[in-house]
Design a protein around this ligand. Structure first.
Ligand code: UD1
Length: 363
């Protein structure tokens, strides 16, 4: 079986690591196509190296642009690559513009498409990721769903016959890294002394368009982080740095200490050493849950609602509405005492994905 993975953005590299590892134990041919959506070394090379992912077989070099330009550039560049390789499966990951472009190129050339992380819904049609995941699910032939909730969404949309529950491949990678960090084998975070970091600290990221692209909203969120009573390490995505610079918003003030985006092992170690996480990233909400750190999500909804159960994750769309005391109490709340349910699978999802691809192809 010849499987082509199409990836382009940071969270997709983490999921790719799980599949590349699973394929390495089989006779199947696994071809990796990097769209080039993320090109900075911190967002791309650091993940391939740190997670021992084989170098991409093809790099499309698409780069940044408006949604139309980025999606269209990837789509046009992918057509000849998929057409020449003639894969048995094209696997697309998650909900980025690379995901949608990969699904469209494959389906229009009549190559079977599998969508990894299918069935997630935030029910917010203002998010570009929501369009990408809905359109990709409806285009794909095989829907690899991480949770029961994802299966339910696919069933509600008439897609149950194409869906398989595999568990979440991010669990495979995150827990493997956690164990290496706890055994002292993986890199521990080396925040520069200039960060003046004392424990306890909070670990934060902020990169979603709905939070970064409006100057008033971005300023309010940064001020809310700056006003917290413990240091906040803000691992800044280039999009955040670019928007803050163009709006004249100073990120590093009050409690905020700005760090570069972290390679995956350092991210896992930083979350483990933190007393909590503040984020608008889907992946980091789940990583905090898996690593047993409370998470506060700067959004009105989440595509990972399982993290909300028991209070591990809390949605705070606008810290200003809480007032500074309640905001601080929320982000610094103690970890829930009740035992955690494990809705994301057992860390063997990638093996199930390979089996599902084999089964659907050869039946
Ligand atoms: C993309 C995904 C988002 C995912 C995120 C993970 C879409 C619509 N969004 O968002 O779902 O959560 O990746 O990080 O696909 N930039 C750089 N260097 C890079 C990449 C981007 O400087 O290597 C800057 C550019 O200014 C660019 C901006 O970041 O315009 C946004 O990048 P883009 O890939 O469009 O979206 P992300 O915000 O990274």
């Amino acid at each position: 079986m010849k499987v082509m993975s199409v990836v382009g953005a940071r969270p997709q590299f983490v999921k790719l690591a799980a599949l590349a590892e699973a394929f390495s134990h089989t006779q199947h041919q696994h071809v990796i196509v990097h769209t080039g959506q993320h090109y900075d070394a911190d967002l791309s090379d650091a993940f391939f190296q740190g997670l021992s992912i084989p170098d991409p077989d093809v790099h499309l070099g698409a780069g940044s642009g408006t949604h139309g330009v980025q999606t269209g550039t990837i789509l046009a560049a992918l057509d000849p690559v998929i057409g020449a390789a003639r894969p048995d499966w094209v696997v697309v990951y998650g909900d980025t513009n690379s995901t949608l472009a990969g699904a469209l190129s494959a389906v229009k050339q009549q190559f079977p498409v599998a969508h990894l992380e299918a069935g997630l819904r935030a029910f917010n049609r203002r998010m570009p990721e929501e369009h990408n995941r809905v359109l990709t699910d409806h285009a794909a032939d095989l829907l690899l769903a991480p949770t029961d909730g994802a299966i339910k969404h696919l069933t509600d949309e008439g897609l149950a016959h194409r869906a398989v529950l595999t568990g979440d491949v991010m669990v495979d990678v995150c827990l493997r890294l956690r164990d290496r960090v706890l055994r002292g084998e993986a890199v521990v975070p080396a925040f520069p002394a200039s960060l003046d970091l004392r424990k306890p600290y909070l670990f934060a990221t902020l990169h979603r368009a709905e939070n970064t692209d409006d100057s008033g909203r971005l300023a309010a969120l940064v001020n809310a982080l700056a006003g917290l009573p413990v240091p906040v390490v803000l691992a800044a995505h280039p999009r955040l740095l670019a928007r803050a610079a163009s709006f004249g918003i100073k990120l590093e003030h009050g409690s905020v200490r700005v760090s570069r985006p972290l390679p995956y092992a350092e991210l896992v170690a930083s979350v483990l050493e933190s007393c909590g996480v503040i984020t608008d990233s889907g992946g980091l909400q789940k990583e905090a849950f898996l690593l047993q750190r409370v998470c506060t999500t700067l959004r009105a909804e989440t595509e990972w609602p399982e993290t909300l159960r028991g209070g591990w994750n809390a949605l705070v769309p606008d810290p200003r509405e809480l007032g500074s005391r309640a905001w601080s109490d929320t982000v610094l709340r103690p970890a829930p005492k009740a035992s955690r349910h494990m809705p994301y699978g057992d860390g063997e999802a990638a093996t199930r994905v390979v089996r599902a691809l084999e089964h659907r192809l050869f039946r």
